[in-house]
Write a protein that binds this ligand. Structure first.
Ligand SMILES: Cc1cc2nc3c(=O)[nH]c(=O)nc-3n(C[C@H](O)[C@H](O)[C@H](O)COP(=O)(O)OP(=O)(O)OC[C@H]3O[C@@H](n4cnc5c(N)ncnc54)[C@H](O)[C@@H]3O)c2cc1C
Length: 370
C-alpha cells in the first residue's frame, strides 16, 4: 500500500503528527521500534492494580489551552495536583521552596510579603558569579547558598555525576519559589493524569482509519520500502545522519520497582533524596490515579551514565554537534520531504505538552509552506 506519510516513533510527537495528518486525509503509517506505543510516557497496570509509568513518573501540566483541549479529546483526565517532599536533614520538607520550606529550614515564620526580602538577604550573604557562569551561580543567585547546599547541590551531583560548577547555566532553569504556602509542584493552569493511562491516551490519538501502525519495527531496517511524500522523524537525531558528526550524549536511569506489603509507603507521590542514599527519588505510583490496593508499588530511581536515552546532556561539545545536525535538518525540512520533531529528533528537553505543541506548530508551518 502507498502511504502519503511515514511517521517514525509512536510517542507523543509522532502520534500527534500522525493524527493531524490523518485528519487532513493523508494515509499515514507509524513505525515504532518498541513493541508498545506511547514512547517515554508509556504506562501499564501491574499485578497490584496500580498504573506504573515505565520510564519514570509523568505528570501532565500545561498552560496551553490548545494542547489541553487536544489531549482531552482523547482521554478524560483525573484531577491530580503534584506534590513533592525533599528528605533533608532527617526531615521531609515541602519542595519547591515555599513559606513552609523556609519555616522548616530556618525555623522562622514569615508572612508572604516578607519572603522576597528574606531570600534577597540570603542571596546577598552568598558568593556567586554575575552573570552566571554555571549551574551553581544560577541557583545561588536566586535562593542563596544555604538552600542551594540543602536541596540542589548534591541532587545535581547525583543526577549528572558532575559538580554543579562544571555544568552550563542553562541546565538550571528558573527555580520556582512560592512566597505563599502553595506546595504544588507545578503552577500550570491545567494539570492531571489521563484517567486510563498515557498508553491508552496515545492509542486513542492513533485510532483513526487513515493510520496504520507497525510496532517492533526499526525504521532504518525498512525505510527503503516506502516512498512517502513526507517523513516525520521523531527518533534520535544523530542516528538519522549515521552519526556523521559524532554521537550525542544522553544520561539514563535505572528504575527499580518494589511491591511493598502495606497500603502507603510515603505521604506523597514523590520524595526527593538530595543528600542521602544513592537513589535520587522514590515514586509511589498509586497516588497519581488515587488507586486503591492493600499493597503499593514504589520506584527507586538511580541515575545512569548510559542506557535508554532519557536526558540530553547540555555540554558545549554536545550542543555544537547538535548545531551541525540541525543545519542538515533545516536543509531536509526545506525540501518539504521531512520534518524532525520531539525530544530525540531535536535533541531538546521537552515536557509532554511542549512536544505536542511542537508537533502542531511544525505541521502548521509545513502546510503553510506547501
Ligand atoms: C524520567 C522522566 C520523567 C518525565 N516526566 C515528565 C513529566 O512529569 N511531565 C512532562 O510533561 N514530561 C515529562 N517528561 C518528558 C516526556 O517524557 C517527553 O516530553 C515525551 O514523552 C517525549 O515524547 P517524544 O514523542 O518526543 O519522544 P519519545 O516518547 O521518546 O518517542 C519517540 C519514539 O520514537 C521511537 N523510535 C526511536 N527511534 C526509532 C527508530 N529508528 N525506528 C522506530 N521507532 C523509533 C522510540 O522507541 C519512541 O517510542 C519526563 C521525561 C523523563 C525522562
Amino acid at each position: 500500500m502507498k502511504y502519503d506519510v511515514v511517521v517514525v516513533g509512536a510517542g507523543l510527537a509522532g502520534s500527534t503528527a500522525a493524527r493531524i495528518l490523518a485528519e487532513r486525509a493523508k494515509k499515514v503509517v507509524v513505525v515504532e521500534k518498541h513493541r508498545h506505543s506511547a514512547g517515554h510516557c508509556h504506562d501499564y497496570r501491574d499485578e497490584n492494580g496500580i498504573t506504573v509509568h515505565t520510564y519514570g513518573p509523568h505528570i501532565f501540566h500545561t498552560n496551553n489551552k490548545r494542547v489541553w483541549d487536544f489531549v482531552n479529546k482523547f482521554s478524560e483526565f483525573h484531577y491530580y495536583q503534584h506534590r513533592v517532599l525533599s528528605y533533608a536533614g532527617g526531615k521531609l520538607i515541602p519542595f519547591p521552596i515555599n513559606r513552609d520550606t523556609l519555616a522548616e529550614v530556618f525555623g522562622i515564620q514569615l508572612a508572604t510579603y516578607e519572603v522576597e526580602d528574606f531570600l534577597e538577604k540570603e542571596v546577598n550573604k552568598s558568593k556567586f558569579n554575575t552573570p552566571s557562569r554555571n549551574f551553581r551561580d544560577v541557583v545561588v543567585s536566586q535562593v542563596g547558598e544555604r538552600l542551594y547546599e540543602l536541596f540542589f547541590k548534591n541532587y545535581t551531583m547525583k543526577q549528572w555525576e558532575r559538580d554543579p560548577e562544571e555544568l552550563a547555566p542553562e541546565v538550571a532553569s528558573r527555580i520556582p519559589v512560592r512566597t505563599n504556602r502553595d506546595d504544588r509542584y507545578f503552577a500550570d493552569r491545567y494539570q492531571g493524569i489521563p484517567k486510563y493511562g498515557y498508553t491508552k491516551l496515545v492509542e486513542s490519538i492513533l485510532d483513526h482509519p487513515n493510520i496504520s501502525i507497525l510496532l517492533g519495527t526499526d525504521y532504518f531496517e525498512i525505510k527503503d520500502l516506502f516512498k512517502p511524500d513526507l517523513t516525520v522523524y521523531t527518533g534520535q537525531l544523530d542516528r538519522f545522519f549515521d552519526y556523521k558528526y559524532g554521537e550525542l550524549e544522553y544520561r539514563s536511569l535505572k528504575l527499580e520497582l518494589k511491591t511493598i506489603d502495606k497500603e502507603y509507603y510515603q505521604p506523597v507521590a514523590v520524595v526527593n533524596y538530595p543528600n542521602d542514599y544513592d537513589w535520587t527519588r522514590i515514586t509511589e505510583y498509586k497516588y497519581f490515579l488515587n488507586e486503591k490496593s492493600d499493597k503499593t508499588t514504589v520506584c527507586f530511581e538511580y541515575p545512569l551514565a548510559k542506557g535508554e536515552p532519557y536526558y540530553i546532556v547540555m555540554t558545549q561539545e554536545n550542543m555544537e554537534k547538535r548545531d551541525k545536525y540541525m543545519k542538515e535538518v533545516e536543509k531536509l525540512e526545506k525540501s518539504g520531504e521531512y520534518l524532525f520533531v520531539g525530544r530525540l529528533a531535536e535533541y531538546k528537553y521537552y515536557n509532554m505538552d511542549q512536544v505536542i505543541e511542537a508537533s502542531m506548530r511544525k505541521l502548521q508551518n509545513y502546510s503553510d509552506n506547501i
